[in-house]
Design a binder for this molecule. Structure first.
Ligand code: NAG
Ligand code: NAG
Length: 341
């Protein structure tokens, strides 16, 4: 049985190898048309190695599927191999119908909103836009991309609110939108269709998001949740829980206010916790001592205020300012934590 299996596998591999040179010999004509249009959207010489039209799969920034020869991903970055795309993202990207991933990174001269034609890319799984001057909204037409799993649009100039329709994407599990000018509140629909056994990552730090953290997030299996440096208010205690898989929780620099006393920490998985610079009150449960992997903890600048300071077991030592609005308990809570970082 083993030998038969090997032979079948061997055959499949041989077919793959045979298919490769044939497929990559000619550029698919629909892909080529879209790429030529893309090329002509930028100033002359931008894509200087895009010369031999027969072999578009070898052009800088283009990746093709070895089997089909179709263009499956675009990767542009002005670093380390400089391709500095200047101008808007060309609508012709939407004509590369087999695209699975697009990356536009470190491109300060890439400007303007995302073209609506991106909504035609029904196989698109990964969008990665990092450090650009792209602007405009996080488009609601992204919800027309049923395969989308990974949406990263960070350190750019996106504004407006996060479209609730993103919650209709059942495969979307990684959402990184930090470092933009996003406003409005966080839509409760986000991750609502994601399988509960799948870990989600949400990163919305450094925006201007306001309102409450959605209560629906209590049942999302976050691996990491970063909401720091916004204007969020109210309760966030439901993000915690003893048996949650979450390892990173960053909620610092908001206006969150809730009682931390009965919060149970996800002690099995917790690596890093920052709830500093909020208006959180109550006390810190001893249960946090069970978080043996925790190496970064910041709870400073909140409203923790207890009558007794328990210096003897170093559990909670609060620096009590006159108004109890600032406290520095963190370093002392885990004296070993500082040395490890
Ligand atoms: C790409 O555009 C440049 C002008 O920037 C042009 O010289 C070149 O021929 C174009 N490439 C192809 C394959 O048409
Ligand atoms: C956006 O453009 C400005 C200049 O117009 C530049 O200083 C800045 O670095 C750019 N931003 C990014 C993230 O590339």
């Amino acid at each position: 049985m083993g030998t038969k299996m090997c032979r079948v596998l061997g055959l499949a591999i041989a077919v793959l190898f045979l298919a490769t040179p044939l497929a990559s010999a000619a550029c698919n004509k629909d892909d080529l048309k879209a790429l030529l249009s893309f090329n002509s959207s930028f100033p002359p010489h931008t894509l200087h190695n895009w010369i031999n039209a027969e072999d578009c799969c070898s052009w800088a920034g283009i990746h093709c599927d070895d089997g089909t020869g179709r263009v499956t991903s675009l990767f542009f970055s002005n670093n380390p191999d400089p391709i500095d795309l200047a101008g808007p993202m060309p609508p012709s990207v939407g004509d590369l119908s087999e695209l699975v991933g697009i990356s536009f990174e470190n491109l300060p001269n890439l400007v303007g909103p995302l073209p609506r034609q991106l909504s035609k890319l029904k196989k698109l799984k990964y969008i990665s836009i990092y450090s650009t001057n792209l602007s405009g909204p996080i488009p609601s037409f992204l919800s027309q991309l049923p395969a989308l799993e990974h949406l990263l649009m960070t350190s750019s100039r996106f504004s407006g609110s996060i479209p609730p329709s993103l919650g209709s994407l059942a495969k979307l599990r990684y959402v990184y939108l930090s470092g933009n000018g996003l406003t409005g509140s966080i839509p409760p629909s986000l991750f609502s269709r994601l399988d509960r056994s799948v870990l989600a990552i949400l990163s919305l730090g450094q925006n201007k998001l306001a309102g409450a953290v959605p209560r629906s997030f209590a049942s999302v299996a976050f691996g990491s949740i970063v909401l720091s440096e916004n204007r969020l208010t109210g309760d966030a205690s439901f993000l915690f829980g003893k048996s949650k898989p979450v390892s990173i929780i960053y909620l610092g620099q908001n206006k969150l206010s809730f009682d931390l006393t009965d919060v149970e920490y996800p002690v099995e998985n917790l690596l890093s916790l920052d709830i500093s610079h909020n208006e959180i009150h109550g006390s810190i449960s001893e249960q946090i001592k069970e978080a043996t992997k925790l190496s970064n903890l910041d709870m400073s600048y909140n409203k923790f205020c207890t009558e007794e300071s328990r210096a003897e077991d170093r559990l909670v030592i609060l620096h009590r300012g006159a108004s109890c609005t600032t406290n520095v308990c963190v370093e002392l809570l885990f004296p070993h934590a500082r040395n490890r970082t």
